[in-house]
Design a protein around this ligand. Structure first.
Ligand SMILES: C=C(O[C@@H]1C=C(C(=O)O)C=C[C@H]1O)C(=O)O
Length: 160
């Protein structure tokens, strides 16, 4: 990954705050979808949930004006207060609330390249913990962000 991308993908502070600073257009959170659902298998594993457990799922697009920069999907186990927090956020940024918590802990960030047939450039995820709250936050950095900020696209590996 280029150093320029790593500044985004590897940052452990608030992505929302970084995006606001980098965006020349008004920044906003567009709520795409939320509800009680069964998390994907890898999400359940990352949160220590049983495969049949339900969770609160929140999907948003972080927008620079009308340009989608990052697609984010957060998962909170239903039995924790984190879930209540997520439910009531609406189009307010999760990051603004999360990073205001003094005892916030963040697990290491996991990174993957987006496969050739999917939308986006880089994917990352990490688990946040704050008291009894835990949340898995997954972010996909989109092509529009790469274009607007002049970030080079990684070379595509030939598909088998
Ligand atoms: C965790 C953060 O929150 C961001 C805001 C989100 C939201 O409002 O749902 C989701 C994921 C993040 O991209 C952050 O700012 O780092």
């Amino acid at each position: 990954m280029s150093a320029a991308w790593w500044q985004w993908v590897g940052s452990t502070d608030s992505l929302t705050a970084r995006l606001v600073a980098a965006s020349r257009r008004p920044f906003r959170v567009r709520l795409e979808h939320q509800g009680v659902e069964r998390p994907r298998r890898d999400e359940a594993l990352a949160l220590g949930l049983a495969p049949t457990d339900l969770a609160w799922i929140r999907e948003v697009t972080l927008m620079s004006g009308e340009r989608p920069w990052v697609a984010a999907r957060s998962v909170a186990p239903l039995d924790r207060t984190g879930c209540r927090r997520l439910r009531t956020l609406g189009e307010r940024s999760l990051g603004s609330w999360l990073f205001a918590q003094p005892d916030l802990q963040r697990d290491p960030i996991e990174v993957a390249r987006v496969s050739a047939d999917a939308e986006g450039v880089w994917l990352r995820r990490s688990r946040f913990r704050h008291g009894s709250i835990q949340l898995l936050v997954q972010e996909c950095f989109l092509h529009e962000m790469a274009e607007d900020l002049g970030l080079a696209l990684p070379e595509r590996r030939p598909t088998a």
